[in-house]
Ligand binder design. Structure first.
Ligand code: URP
Ligand code: ZN
Ligand code: ZN
Length: 464
C-alpha cells in the first residue's frame, strides 16, 4: 500500500523543513514539495503538524522472569503500548537466568516476539554467565544478527556476573566488534547495605534508595569502564541516574574509553520522595538504580542538551501494584524492580523537554530516536527521514492536550507512575514501514507484522 504524508514539518536530528513524504512498500522513496497524489494511495494531511522519524526505545523488558515473578506485558500488549506512544522500534533485553544457556535463551526471547510484535524489534543479548560454552554460543547469536550484549554488575545471584566473567565478556565483545550495554551498580555494596537496613528493621520501599545511593552506581560505572579501558571494548551505560555516575563516565571518556550513556524518562521527571510515599504507595516507584534526589534532574537534562548523554530510554519493566509489588510489603528488597513507561516516554519528553524549553526539537529527536539507531547499528534504516529509510513515521499533533492515566493506557499493568500528569502534544498517526498502526488515539496495528532487525557488529571502540 502506498502512503503519502502531505505538508508536514519534517523534523530530524539535523534538519527541519516542510515537505511531502512518499512511501512505497516498507520504505520512504521520495521527499519533496507538492508531490502528486497517485490514485489508490492513502493520504495523510500533516499540515501544521510535525513529522518525526519513528522513535526508538533502546532499553525495554517484555519477557522478563525476574525477582520471583514475570513482567506483565507480552509482545502483543507491549508493542501496542510502544506504538501508541510513537515508539516504532524497541530493543529488548534478552535476560537468561544463570542456569540457562545463552543460545537456548535467545530462541526463547525470539519466540516471544516473532508473530506477535506489531513494531520492529531487536535484542541486546544478556551475558549472565561466562562458561566454556558461552563464547561459541555468543558467536552464533552475533551471526544471527545481534550486535550488542547486556551485562549486569548488580543482582547478585540472579543476572549479575563476576569480574572474571566481566573481563572475558568484554574481551570477546572487543574481538567480535559488538557494543556492551551494562547495568552499573556494585552488587557487593548493595547486598551489604540491604542486609544492614533489614537488620535495623528498615523494610519500607523508601529504604531502596538507602541501599543503592549514588556512589554505589558511580562505583559500578568506574568498575565497568576500568575493565573497558583494559580490554578496549565499546560500552553503553544503561539507565544512568545521577551526577556521580555521569562524572565517572565522562572521566573515562576523557581517558579515551568508548562509552555511550543512556538515561531514562523516569530519572528526568520522578524523584526519590515518590518511593517514600506512605502505605506502600512508594513501591510503585521502586526501580534500580533508584529514583534520585530531584537535584540530579538538572544534571541529566544538561547532559542531554550538551550531548554528554546520548539516549533517553524507559527500561520498561511492568509489575502490577496490586499483585506483584506486594511481594515486598515486609521487605523492600523483594519488591519487583521496575517502573513501566514504554507508552509515555515520547509524550513526556516532548512535554517536559521541548515545551518547557529544556531541549530543542532536533535534540529531542536525536536522544529519543537517532542516537539509538546510530549506536546500535540501525541507522539510517531507522532513526531518520530520508529516501531509503523505513517508513516509520510519527505525525505529531502539537495542539493535543491530554492526561496520563492507568485507566486509558495500553500497557498491561494496573498503575501509572505518571497518573494525572498532563501531556502536551501526541503521536496522532504512527506508521510502521508504511502501514498506519495508530490514528487519532486508536490502535490499528497488526500483531506479527513487526520484524526482527538483523544487525551487524560495528567494530567501534579503541583501535589496537
Ligand atoms: O528496576 C529495574 N531497572 N528493572 C528492570 C531490570 C533492570 O535492571 O534493568
Ligand atoms: Zn538494569
Ligand atoms: Zn533494564
Amino acid at each position: 500500500m502506498a502512503l503519502l504524508i502531505k505538508n508536514g514539518e519534517i523534523v530530524t536530528a539535523s534538519e527541519r523543513y516542510v515537505a511531502d513524504i512518499w512511501c512505497e512498500q516498507d520504505t520512504i522513496t521520495r521527499i519533496g514539495r507538492d508531490l502528486p497524489v497517485p490514485p489508490g494511495a492513502e493520504v495523510i494531511d500533516a499540515t501544521g503538524q510535525y513529522v518525526f522519524p519513528g522513535f526508538i526505545d533502546p532499553h525495554v523488558h517484555i519477557h522478563l522472569p525476574f525477582m520471583g515473578t514475570q513482567a506483565k506485558d507480552t509482545y502483543v500488549t507491549g508493542s501496542r503500548a510502544a506504538l501508541m506512544g510513537g515508539t516504532t522500534t524497541l530493543i529488548e533485553m534478552c535476560c537468561p537466568s544463570r542456569a540457562d544457556d545463552a543460545l537456548a535463551s535467545f530462541d526463547v526471547w525470539m519466540d516471544q516476539a516473532v508473530g506477535k510484535s506489531a513494531c520492529d524489534f531487536t535484542f541486546h543479548m544478556g551475558v549472565t554467565k561466562f562458561d566454556e560454552n558461552t563464547p561459541a554460543q555468543l558467536r552464533e547469536i552475533v551471526a544471527r544478527g545481534i550486535s550488542s550484549f547486556k551485562i549486569f554488575l548488580a543482582y547478585q545471584g540472579a543476572f549479575g556476573i563476576n569480574d572474571t566473567e566481566l573481563y572475558r565478556t568484554l574481551k570477546l565483545a572487543r574481538e567480535l566488534g559488538v557494543i556492551v550495554t551494562a547495568h552499573c551498580e556494585n552488587e557487593t555494596l548493595v547486598a551489604e547495605r540491604q542486609r544492614e537496613l533489614l537488620a535495623a528493621g528498615r523494610t519500607d520501599p523508601g529504604q531502596h534508595h538507602e541501599s543503592r545511593p549514588p556512589l554505589v552506581e558511580a562505583e559500578g560505572v568506574h568498575h565497568l569502564l576500568t575493565f573497558a579501558e583494559l580490554t578496549g571494548a565499546a560500552t553503553y551505560i544503561v539507565h544512568l541516574s545521577c551526577r556521580e555516575a555521569l562524572a565517572e563516565a565522562i572521566a573515562a571518556r576523557q581517558r579515551g574509553v568508548h562509552v555511550e550513556i543512556e538515561t531514562l524518562i523516569q530519572y528526568l521527571l520522578l524523584d526519590k520522595t515518590m518511593a517514600e510515599r506512605p502505605d506502600f504507595e512508594g513501591a510503585k516507584y521502586v526501580m534500580s538504580p533508584p529514583l534520585r534526589e530531584a537535584q540530579h534532574q538538572a544534571v541529566l537534562w544538561n547532559g542531554l542538551r550538551s550531548g554528554l548523554i546520548n539516549t533517553v530510554a524507559t527500561d520498561h519493566a511492568p509489575f502490577d501494584f496490586q499483585t506483584q509489588k506486594p511481594m515486598g510489603r515486609a521487605d523492600f528488597t523483594k519488591i519487583p524492580n521496575g517502573i513501566p513507561s514504554l507508552e509515555e516516554r515520547v509524550h513526556l519528553l516532548y512535554t517536559h523537554g521541548v515545551c518547557s524549553g529544556r531541549l530543542d526539537l532536533a535534540t529531542f529527536v536525536n536522544v529519543a530516536s537517532t542516537q539509538a539507531a546510530k549506536i546500535f547499528g540501525l541507522f539510517p534504516r531507522k532513526g531518520t527521514i530520508q529516501p531509503g529509510s523505513d517508513a516509520d513515521l510519527v505525525v505529531f499533533d502539537r495542539q493535543y492536550r491530554g492526561v496520563i492515566s492507568a485507566r486509558t493506557q495500553a500497557m498491561n499493568v494496573d498503575y501509572s507512575a505518571f497518573e494525572g500528569w498532563p501531556i502536551q502534544g501526541r503521536a496522532r498517526v504512527v506508521t510502521v514501514r508504511g502501514e498506519v498502526a495508530v490514528r487519532d488515539g486508536k490502535y490499528l496495528g497488526t500483531p506479527g507484522r513487526g520484524q526482527f532487525l538483523r544487525r551487524t557488529p560495528q567494530h567501534i571502540g579503541v583501535p589496537d
